[in-house]
Write a new protein. Structure first.
Length: 480
DNA sequence: TTTTGAGTTGTTCGA
DNA sequence: GTCGAACAACTCAAA
């Protein structure tokens, strides 16, 4: 009656459907994590994600130990590892929660087939989405390509199931299992310790996730609609990495946010709550798109974009990556990303628009950089969002919607406190110049201790010229 | 089958 | 300074 519980992107014990099912089945449980990223592939874990995974596994391991069992960590190809554990434990069934990346779907489908053929009882569950990607469909049965009708249809399916609570104990037995030490996976940086800023900012693991959820619910959920756009405030939920690794699930988020005080009369939710829920909706929509369009990470959904005349400038790409474009709001965002593994959402849109529309660099370059540096790097959200910015996605931004970095900065960082936090070398500028140091007079620069071109770069492009160039390129696309 | 209404996040220009 | 229109049609989803 032994059950293997295969942990993947569901590194939690609360509201974990596979775990609940394994426990109610009875019999001992083998909690297993397989690190199958040793072999490099196109979307192997990025550096920041590896750091997060290490700590998340450590926490999960502690939680399981407290409940009288042990997380078995193994490295290698999922199928051969699974065969090994079956032999070592004599388990007769394997439970897991579903993953939705194209590569995972292929792996899991093959694996399930093979295991079923060997007489193993394999059950999979949904614990990482409010709805399965295929549950939401148009009247014709097609996938949705526009967010609003998708989200309406998803909501119309009713309230998500109530989350279950974590079990008090997880029954174990005595097995002799070969396992590896977490440290041997080498998930942490080994030469240079670049994770300092990550440690300061984040608390990976289920406990940290629940604390964050609670803080957000109490402090920010109501004012979310307005607060979320100001990058100097902690107005966003910052739940994205926790959700990505499944340290909490969207059902828990949904019920925490919609419960009690945040509902106004007649079940109408406050604007802040509705706005936040729609962000959960965008996550669902991205998974829906990735499921039906598995090429999403690498190919534009609008095929005409295959012909887009992207520029191939290594030097401007490098300036963008290291936060030296000369546009303070862009540079602040890129440095926040490098330092903390995360960037405020408003600023993500600004830097993405800048890369794609001002520098005319292929959105896939930006998506790749985000993939390697974000702690919340998620194939579905990252790919769908970059395509949206570039204008080649489902429900794309119109091509003439080109963010003006200066206008955005003045609107959403009016006193420059976000920029000053990340670009100390220009912090001496007065507020009226903080977003436009190139307009400062020599005396103003020397007062602030700045030497343009050495202590802080001149803008690498003129936004207004770049905008016209982008409009021409997009027009060219339409005319061919 | 045809029609109709709508579509995350913006900017600029001219009145 | 504020306001509305233009930026462009096209595709999607439902009636």
């Amino acid at each position: 009656m032994t059950t293997i519980l295969w942990f993947r992107q569901d590194l939690r014990l609360t509201d974990n459907s596979a775990l609940d099912a394994a426990i109610s089945r009875g019999g001992p449980i083998v909690p297993l994590f397989i690190f199958d990223h040793a072999e490099e592939h196109e979307w192997s874990l990025g550096g920041a994600s590896r750091w997060w995974l290490h700590h998340s596994l450590k926490r999960l391991s502690d939680e399981i130990k407290e409940r009288g069992n042990e997380l078995i960590i193994k490295s290698g190809d999922a199928r051969s590892v699974m065969g090994e554990v079956l032999r070592e434990t004599g388990a007769t069934s394997i439970f897991w929660n579903r993953c939705y990346e194209p590569r995972s779907i292929i792996r899991d489908t093959k694996l399930k087939q093979a295991l079923v053929n060997e007489g193993i009882d394999v059950c999979s569950f949904n614990s990482s989405l409010l709805r399965e990607p295929w549950e939401v469909a148009t009247q014709k049965g097609d996938p949705y390509k526009v967010f609003t009708p998708f989200w309406r249809a998803s909501r119309a399916l009713g309230e998500p199931a109530r989350p279950s609570s974590a079990p008090d104990s997880i029954p174990a037995s005595d097995w002799a299992i070969k396992k590896c030490n977490l440290n041997t996976l080498k998930l942490l940086p080994d030469d240079i310790d670049w994770a300092h800023g990550l440690r300061e900012r984040w608390n990976p693991g289920e406990k940290g996730a629940l604390i964050r959820l609670n803080e957000f619910r109490e402090a920010n959920a109501h004012g979310y609609a307005d607060m979320r756009n100001i990058p100097s405030l902690a107005g966003t939920s910052r739940l994205s990495p926790h959700l990505h690794f499944g340290e909490l699930g969207p059902r828990q988020v949904w019920h925490a946010i919609t419960s009690n005080a945040h509902i106004e009369t007649d079940g109408i939710m406050s604007k802040g709550v509705e706005t936040f829920l729609s962000e959960i909706g965008w996550r669902e929509f991205s998974y829906h798109l990735l499921y039906y369009f598995p090429e999403l990470p690498s190919a534009p959904l609008r095929k005409e974009f295959e012909r887009f005349p992207w520029a191939d400038s290594l030097s401007s790409k490098a300036a963008w990556e290291c936060g030296k474009t000369g546009y303070p709001i862009v540079d602040a965002g890129m440095r926040e990303l490098w330092s903390t593994g995360w960037m405020h959402n408003r600023v993500r849109m600004i830097v993405a628009s800048f890369l794609v529309k001002d520098l005319l660099i292929d959105w896939r370059c930006g998506a790749r950089w985000f993939w390697d540096t974000l702690v919340d790097a998620d194939l579905a959200s990252n790919s769908a969002s970059w395509q949206w910015v570039a204008g080649c996605g489902a429900d794309a931004a119109p091509y003439f919607r080109i963010f003006n970095p200066t206008t955005q900065a003045k609107r959403f960082d009016p006193d420059g406190s976000y920029v000053r936090q990340w670009i100390p070398e220009i912090s001496g500028l007065p507020n009226k110049l903080i977003h436009t140091p190139w307009l400062a007079k020599p005396i103003e620069l020397s007062d602030a201790g700045i030497s343009m071109g050495s202590s802080y770069p001149n803008p690498i492009v003129d936004h207004s010229e770049a905008r016209n160039h982008a409009l021409d390129s997009y027009k060219f696309l339409k005319s061919t």
